[in-house]
Design a protein around this ligand. Structure first.
Ligand code: PMP
Length: 362
């Protein structure tokens, strides 16, 4: 049993209760094999079946063609900030970055260690309240790749329509919105995401990379930091994070039961609308950080009239079982992360709390 909580954590974040119950059921003795999945070899059939099924399920859910590799790596999305330029940038080359928040800034800073970077568009001057319009993006044929962050976890903005590569290999950090809405994978050279928001527990990073893009990788990269190493061995070059991949496999099966990406997208937009409506109908008591056209369906950021009221709101929310509503330390205010596994009922409860708090304090 779980205590009565509404988990709006930004990541690691809510996992489906039924997945956790399944994990518990099999934790000590995995499917009658007499040992936990944590205790078995990654080179045995039992684990390998789980591993391969997870790859197949992700392919099915995201409609990933055979032109792409699906990899399970470690080091989080943060290692991808470095691994990407290590493999695909060089001292005499440049890459384009779309700056839309702290995570894209970090990705761009890391790339500068390996080559030149160019800002293809930025909304930094506007405190990242919106993502650039597609018309604002400046393309350059000289770019080795163009990097975009599909959802900005901290600022609560999201590209409603993802940019195109226009002939340049397009790379997306989808850490905070992968599997939350339909995405045409064929438009991307590579997609990466830390698992700990929409896919499973921390410790696994999913990389989806086009095979012909991987052919362009530098050859002088350490073995473990080459995509090719993992692609050639189905992500079993060394010991993968087996337990995390197992939980991820259960989350993917759960996602299929929710109607796949379309089902999840439908539910996510309903969930977010509950909360955004409460913000918009509060007569200015709550102010959303994001411009309406850039609003994230995954991270809903808002302010209250004063820092004191923000503190009081968070304190009351905690008393009533809400978790994770304080905003990121770098922007303040409040944030509700409504990832795939956050139930509709939790968002209804948050809407009611928002209304009631505004009524009593407005
Ligand atoms: N990119 C985005 C969009 C994120 O939200 C995060 C984590 N919150 C990261 C990258 C960094 O991920 P990790 O902690 O897995 O390195």
């Amino acid at each position: 049993q779980r205590a009565h909580t509404f988990n709006f954590n930004a990541g690691p974040s809510a996992l489906p209760t039924e997945v956790l119950e399944e994990v518990r059921e099999h934790l000590v003795d995995f499917q009658g094999h007499g040992l936990s999945i944590m205790e078995m070899s990654h080179r045995g059939k039992v684990y390998e079946d789980v591993h391969d099924q997870a790859i197949r399920d992700l392919r099915e859910l995201m409609q990933i063609s055979d032109d792409y590799e699906v990899l399970f790596l470690q080091g989080g999305a943060s290692l991808q900030f470095a691994m990407l330029p290590m493999n695909f940038l060089a001292k005499d080359r440049q890459a384009g970055y779309l700056l839309t928040g702290s995570w894209s800034e970090k990705a761009e800073e890391e790339a500068r260690r390996f080559g030149k970077t160019r800002i293809a568009a930025s909304t930094r001057e506007e405190n990242y309240q919106r993502v650039p319009t597609l018309q604002e993006i400046v393309y350059d044929e000289a770019d080795a790749y163009l990097h975009v962050t599909s959802n900005n976890t901290i600022y609560g903005t999201q590209w409603a329509t993802l940019p195109e590569g226009n002939g340049t290999p397009l790379i997306a950090d989808m850490s905070s919105d992968i599997l939350s809405r339909p995405v045409d994978v064929s438009k991307f050279a590579m997609i990466y995401a830390g698992a700990q928001k929409n896919l499973g527990p921390s410790g696994v990073t999913v990389v989806i990379a086009r095979k012909d893009f991987l052919l362009h990788a530098a050859q002088d990269v350490p073995t473990m930091l080459r995509y090719e190493t993992h692609a050639k061995s189905r992500s079993l070059y060394n010991t993968p994070p087996t337990f995390g991949i197992y939980v991820l496999s259960l989350v993917l099966q759960w996602a299929k039961r929710q109607g796949g990406v379309d089902g999840l997208a439908h539910s996510n937009s309903e969930k977010a609308a509950l909360i955004y409506d409460a913000i918009d109908q509060s007569e200015g008591f709550y102010r959303g950080h994001a411009a309406k056209e850039s609003r994230s369906l995954m991270n809903i950021t808002f302010r209250l009239p004063t820092p004191e009221l923000e503190k009081a709101f968070v304190a009351r929310s905690v008393q009533e079982g809400f978790l994770g509503l304080a905003g990121h330390r770098s922007v303040g205010g409040c944030r509700a992360s409504t990832y795939n596994a956050v139930p509709h009922a939790a968002c209804v409860a948050l809407r009611d709390l928002l209304r009631d708090f505004a009524q009593k304090n407005g």
